[in-house]
Design a protein around this ligand. Structure first.
Ligand code: 26V
Length: 816
């Protein structure tokens, strides 16, 4: 954050006194003997006091105004650290800095002690965190609902080049931002049976008798918007064994049984699932999904009934957004609560359900589309299975009444997949139970309409809509890149901080001012020096900040094509070795990202990156021209250090496979140029930034699709026609980078050659050519930095404030 010029001495003194008071009375430490971590806690608690005042005001205001509420249901919130976020949104950063310097405490050092809240895998989870911040900024009365995982995403250690997963323990020192709410608690049932009974009015009702009940306990974290505009709540649930049941068994002498049951119940909130198709379909995952959906719906229905007295106006006052299909069981649970518990007629309950729910799809990858075996659903959630059958039957009846008898159509839109053992299709359930179904970029939304949801789209042509993702500029520009922010503010005015979408375009004329470009470049240089220091401290590798920093950081997945980047790295290495005296552009290839624990191919790609790094960095012939770095344990905090230091952003997924991407936006906002395919939000970035300021290459989504349809996966001819690609593949295959185990990459290379599923070989030559354009541009600093400034100036639209305004206006109807 840029310095806030006006800081009152009183404010500084008050903050300082509060920190000392927290240190003494809440942490229980004397300033003389306090450890850094004690200071962190005291500062966080002092900051939290400020948030609480706003929080209560804001909550009272929502009640008074009778504002509509938005509920964002997500199994993931990838928050990262909160201290800087909270201080800077409250406008207290400079106050805190001065107060702490008077106490001889360096806030820059203290802030790095906060562990990342890594309650998410990647893009989907980080998007939820950006959305929470934007909703608070825009005054949307939002509640995030999720799970308070005891262990977030695993910590990645790289040992001998291989990824090892270690347990993540963010709660070891407690969490100063949250409030435990033992009184906010609901029972969530599992298993058992459903018994039909006739009630006193002669109506047939189904009564579910769960075999097991797990208690949910709420933990609230206040989320403060920019300039403290409003403060919303992120409510995360922890699972606890239901103590009465537990006691009964205990008293009956079944100590072991009681403890086993306790462990089973509490395992629900123990650990985040790492995104991986092999993890899918596991019972614990379904228990997590239902657990947090049921607790959240019970909670919001209770709040609604208390405030409005009836459920008949639910869609008017509540909007529930499903973040992917992970909370899709909400469709059946809301029906169950309305019909079974609150005795509404089925048709009315259905209308309220569809009117209240909406669903966002985040991926078209077939292996990531959730389905659950009917047998598992029947055992774990017998009443929900009945409800799903009923929804399906009513739907199919309705289609038949409309004269639709096409068997293929009915099969495609069914909630039950009959082909591979009977399974419930959560995507279709979410689609039918929602009034809005959205994709996360224009291209992705088009593909939803033409592929996965083609038949449902034919039946409900109004339902699918697009909401292109965005990012919060507060975290990804102001906090991550304070130096650049200061320069931008100086150039286009203080107003930029409040309205970057409208003010960033005013930067455009500065792209033609040499003095400004110079300062822009100097700021990048400082960020690169900081990253070089970090790399040296962590890896012992020396980087030249003058080199081109070429960065690909994201989850490791074949479709994201880190392999393509590695093939280019090897090709470049060979080219430099062949002609070391040529004027090569000095380049640093930076990689970071986690692979799901059981995704062997992804883990092998990490090993390859590390093998290549070892060989390249140890080869004196290429010294000063090429370095390769794999930074372990990529997370939000590391992203905040890497992104502002990147010159080149790698966004090179196989076209049609990356739903949106969001790091692409973060890099461009910080002035990196993009090398990328026309995939996800890259397409819209290109429209706004201008193709001449990006390096676009490779097959288009339609071309990829055409090749797939034609079964054109064999790349032998492509390899034969490209001597460079051939040489790269031969080197990797023959063990140049794995002399300890020469056969390590034989399978990987043969796979690429014979079955190029992700079109790595198919796109190689185009990628190589685009990289040469990158070098030409880099060698013309005027052109490079002009494009760089224009990237920053032209990506204002990708603010998550814009995205949230669209959701609030078009889906939630929750803007005042
Ligand atoms: C799938 C699974 C399967 C079972 C175990 C746990 C798990 C967790 C997550 C997922 C699906 C992940 C989908 C996802 O992250 N999509 C990403 O969403 C971003 C935000 O919209 C978008 O920018 C990325 O392109 C998209 O890949």
């Amino acid at each position: 954050m840029p310095k806030e010029p006006l800081v009152s001495a009183d404010e500084v003194a008050a903050f300082r006194a509060n920190v000392l008071s927290k240190l003494t009375y809440s942490v229980g430490k004397d300033p003389e003997h306090a450890f850094d971590h004690d200071w962190f806690e005291a500062i966080a608690l002092a900051t939290r006091d400020h948030m609480v005042d706003h929080w209560m005001d804001h909550t009272r205001q929502i009640y008074r105004k009778g504002q509509k509420r938005v509920y964002y249901l997500s199994l993931e919130f990838l928050i990262g650290r909160l201290l800087l976020d909270n201080l800077s949104n409250l406008g207290l950063l400079e106050v805190a800095r001065q107060a702490l310097s008077e106490l001889d405490v360096d806030i820059e050092r203290i802030r790095t002690l906060e562990p990342d809240a890594a309650l998410g895998n990647g893009g989907l989870g980080r998007l939820a965190a950006c959305f929470m911040e934007s909703m608070a900024t825009l005054g949307v009365a939002a509640h995030g609902y999720g799970i308070r995982y005891e262990h977030g995403l695993f910590r990645q250690a790289i040992i001998d080049g291989w990824q090892h997963e270690q347990t993540e323990t963010w709660l070891d020192f407690g969490n100063p931002w949250e409030f435990e709410r033992p009184e906010v608690s609901y029972l969530v049932g599992f298993g058992g049976s459903v018994v039909p009974v006739v009630d006193e009015n002669g109506t047939l009702r189904q009564v579910w008798h769960p075999a097991e009940a797990v208690r949910s306990i709420a933990y609230d974290t206040p989320i403060v918007g920019w300039r403290g505009a409003s403060v919303n709540t992120l409510r995360l649930w922890r699972a606890r064994a239901e103590s009465e049941l537990h006691l009964e068994r205990f008293n009956a002498g079944d100590h072991i049984g009681a403890v086993v049951e306790e462990a089973r119940a509490e395992s629900i909130s123990r650990v985040l699932y790492p995104a991986d198709s092999t993890e899918a379909g596991q019972e614990l995952r379904l228990r997590q999904e239902y657990f947090f959906v049921s607790a959240s719906l019970q909670d919001l229905l209770r709040r609604h009934l208390k405030q409005r007295g009836t459920f008949l106006n639910l869609p008017e006052y509540a909007a529930i957004q499903l973040n992917d299909t992970h909370p899709a069981i909400a469709v059946a649970e809301l029906m169950r609560l309305l019909v079974d518990e609150h005795l509404l007629p089925w048709e009315q309950a259905w209308e309220l359900t569809v009117g209240t729910l909406s669903y966002t799809n985040h991926t078209l990858l077939p292996e990531a589309l959730e389905t659950w075996p009917v047998s598992l659903m029947e055992r774990l959630l017998p009443r929900h299975m009945q409800i799903i059958y009923l929804i399906n039957a009513y739907h199919i009846d309705q289609l038949r009444e409309q004269g639709l008898h096409d068997f293929d159509l009915l099969r495609a839109v069914s909630l039950i997949e009959e082909e591979h053992g009977r399974r419930v299709r959560m995507g279709n359930l979410a689609f039918l139970g929602s009034h809005s179904v959205n994709g996360v970029s224009a291209l992705h939304t088009d593909l939803m309409r033409s592929t996965v949801f083609a038949e449902l789209h034919r039946l409900y042509p109004q339902r699918i809509n697009n909401k292109t993702n965005g990012i919060t500029f507060r975290r990804w520009l102001y906090q991550a890149n304070p130096g650049l922010t200061e320069l931008l503010v100086e150039s286009v005015g203080e107003q930029l901080l409040d309205d970057p979408e409208n003010l960033l375009p005013n930067l455009e004329p500065f792209a033609d001012k040499p003095a400004f470009r110079k300062r822009f470049a100097e700021q990048r240089r400082r960020n690169k020096e900081a990253l070089a220091n970090l790399v040296y401290e962590r890896q012992g590798i020396v980087l030249d900040p003058g080199a081109l920093f070429d960065v690909q950081v994201k989850r490791i997945h074949e479709y994201k094509r880190q392999l393509l980047n590695l093939l280019h790295t090897v090709a470049l290495y060979q080219a430099i070795r062949d002609e070391p005296s040529m004027p090569w552009v000095p380049r640093v290839k930076i990689f970071a990202g986690k692979a799901a624990a059981s995704y062997h191919q992804a883990k092998l790609i990490i090993k390859l990156a590390n093998d290549i790094a070892r060989v390249v960095n140890g080869d004196p012939t290429v010294r000063g021209m090429l370095k390769v770095v794999f930074l372990p344990n990529y997370n939000v905090s590391l992203a905040e250090s890497i992104i502002p230091a990147a010159d080149l952003s790698e966004q090179i997924s196989t076209a049609g496979m990356e739903a949106s991407g969001t790091s692409n936006m973060k890099f461009a906002l910080n002035g990196a140029l993009t090398i990328g395919t026309l995939d996800g939000a890259n397409v819209e970035m290109c429209e706004r930034i201008g193709q001449e300021h990006m390096f676009i290459f490779g097959l288009r989504a339609q071309e990829v699709e055409a090749r797939k349809r034609a079964g054109e996966f064999n790349a032998e001819a492509i390899v034969a026609a490209s001597p460079r690609l051939h040489e790269v593949l031969m080197a990797i295959r023959s063990g140049v980078f794995s002399p300890d185990d020469p056969g390590r990459y034989v399978g990987l290379v043969d796979g690429l050659t014979w079955h190029d599923t992700f079109m790595v070989c198919a796109d190689f030559d185009a990628y190589w050519e685009a990289q040469r354009q990158v070098e030409l541009c880099w060698n013309d600093p005027k052109q490079w930095w002009r494009s760089s400034v224009l990237n920053t100036a032209r990506v204002g639209w990708f603010s998550s404030d814009r995205t949230i305004r669209e959701y609030a206006g078009e889906i939630w109807r929750a803007l005042d």
